[in-house]
Design a protein around this ligand. Structure first.
Ligand code: GLN
Length: 538
């Protein structure tokens, strides 16, 4: 049976529970343990797939096609843990399966209640994440903040679980805030005391506290927190703001978090080896010798989390190319209003990410026209590829009214449209083309050059597709179909001939980029941006 680490959050949201869980995963994985990380989300949506990015941030897609919380992105970037749809559960998913069982009559006449039916369902989903797999430690992150009504069933479930598996088999780590009050020139421990008190009220006593702070905590403050919260002093870990999020596992190791976890879980200690991570990721991220400016033209620019994996993958590409990544976030509606030149002049590369709906589309198309005509490296992803196809159809093939049927149902040139099977779909949840699909690349293209092989597999999340009827006429004008589904029915990648780097894909490569293993398309896009930079700085 694996051992369990439950991670809760207190005081406020946005303390970085996902990064903390991923970093603990990384730390333990580098001792040789096999780990997995699960996220429990207290909302009623069955998955985040139906939520607006402004509500939820990016929807992260994994190989099996599950639409998941963006924290799974952190888990995959920091660790090698295999993510499946069981790695993300929500209140909605739990209730959905309990109600299905009730309708089937599985509860044999019982009154179905939060305790024990919902809590038992949660426990069985926590067990499922490791069942049949060779896993030593399950890290289970509970979303929300302790004290919320919504997360109570999850907390009750982990309380029972811990009681059931017994001491040495499960521990609780609580992530909390220790604010610095400028006027008093002091850090304050009271919010942490209250938050731990709240956890104790529901029967959970955390063994480790991770304290988010602006500055490292003194020994005296740690002693005080330990004393008032019933936690060993060495198990009060501080987590001050870092220069780079990939530093967090190193920060934890420095304070002996690996040792403490081994002690509390009755495991024989093996030191974590983070040397590679330090040299290949952190050092290179902190001391680049060049700088590159990439414009991201999208429509959820105020919210960093909306394009989380895109920004992370760009950062990885910066590390891979020894360049500091300067991301210029541009709202496509601004380009729509004031033109591309005003916002895009002087950037080294332009990226148009995925998205849904009509708002801002014309701005994206203008940005793509600017990149194509001025020969600025361009990278289009999902909707970004669809917009690139529309732009090419309109401005290179003379199909002035070309569009996607997502934006104009009666366009005379539907270069992007729905496949027959998508036309029949009625429900919105989990009905897109989702997850990993194979793709075959064409030799001699920039796409092939990036991957260095013919067969690839990438993750999808879309309904609309390049309409194959337009393939010939567009190819005639210089559009290159550089990647397609093995049966050649679906266009997966395009390029523009004669352009230094104009590549777009229907899938989402950003989900498979890692800080120590940058995705080849991001790497080569940024490489092309640095080459382009030389042409105007020479
Ligand atoms: N809205 C487009 C579609 O559904 C693109 C989706 C995306 O960019 N993820 O096909």
């Amino acid at each position: 049976m694996p051992k369990y680490i439950f991670i809760t959050g207190g005081v406020i949201s946005s303390l970085g529970k996902g990064i903390t869980s991923a970093s603990i995963g990384k730390l333990l994985e580098s001792t040789g343990l096999k780990i997995t990380i699960q996220k429990c989300d207290p909302y009623i949506n069955v998955d985040p797939g139906t939520m607006n990015p402004f509500q939820h941030g990016e929807v992260y897609v994994i190989d099996d096609g599950a639409e998941t919380d963006l924290d799974l992105g952190h888990y995959e970037r920091y660790t090698n843990a295999l993510m499946t749809r069981e790695n993300n559960i929500t209140t909605g998913k739990i209730y959905h399966s309990v109600i299905l069982k009730e309708r089937r009559g599985d509860y044999l006449g019982a009154t179905v209640q939060v305790v024990p039916h919902i809590t038992n369902e949660i426990i069985s989903h926590i067990k499922k994440v490791s069942s049949g797999k060779d896993i030593d430690i399950v890290i289970c992150e509970i979303g929300g903040t302790v004290g919320d009504i919504e997360s109570l069933p999850f907390l009750e479930a982990i309380r029972q679980f811990k009681q059931h598996v017994g001491r040495g088999n499960a521990i609780n780590i609580h992530l909390t805030l220790v604010p610095y009050i400028k006027a008093a020139q002091e850090v304050k421990t009271k919010p942490t005391q209250h938050s731990v008190g709240k956890l104790r009220e529901i029967g959970i006593v955390p063994e480790i506290l991770i304290c988010r702070t602006e500055k490292a905590l003194s020994k005296k403050v740690k002693e005080k927190i330990g004393l008032f919260c019933n936690v060993d002093e060495d198990a009060v870990i501080d987590a001050p703001d870092v220069r780079d999020v990939y530093e967090v596992p190193l920060l934890f190791k420095k304070q002996g978090l690996d040792k403490i976890v081994f002690r509390l879980l009755d495991l024989r200690y093996k030191e974590a080896d983070l040397k590679e991570w330090q040299n290949r990721v952190v050092k290179r991220a902190l001391h680049p010798s060049k700088k590159v400016t990439i414009a991201v033209v999208g429509k959820y620019m105020e919210l960093n989390d909306a394009y989380k994996s895109i920004y992370e993958a760009l950062k990885h590409a910066g590390v891979a190319n020894d360049a500091k990544m300067d991301i210029k976030k541009i709202d496509s509606e601004d380009i729509e209003e004031k033109g591309a030149e005003k916002f895009l002049k002087g950037v080294d590369g332009i990226l148009v990410p995925g998205g849904f709906g009509t708002r801002g589309i014309e701005g994206k198309i203008k940005a793509i026209k600017f990149a194509r005509e001025k020969k600025i490296p361009f990278f289009g992803i999902c909707l970004g590829m669809q917009c690139a196809v529309i732009e090419f159809a309109r401005n290179a093939c003379g199909l002035k009214k070309a569009n996607s049927t997502e934006f104009d149902k009666s366009t005379p040139a539907p270069v992007i449209s729905l496949l027959e099977e998508q036309k029949r779909v009625k429900d919105m949840g989990a009905t897109m083309r989702l997850g990993a699909y194979p793709c075959k690349l064409k030799k001699g293209t920039k796409s092939y050059e990036a991957y260095g092989r013919e067969k690839i597999s990438e993750r999808h999340r879309h309904r609309y597709e390049f309409d194959i009827h337009y393939k010939r006429s567009m190819e005639k004008e210089g559009l290159v179909i550089s990647g397609a589904s093995p049966d050649l029915r679906l266009v997966e990648m395009i390029e523009v001939a004669g352009h230094p780097w104009f590549v777009a894909c229907q899938f989402h490569p950003e989900f498979k980029s890692k800080p120590d293993d940058c995705h080849p398309l991001f790497r080569n896009f940024v490489r092309a941006a640095l080459i382009y930079q030389k042409t105007y700085t020479a």
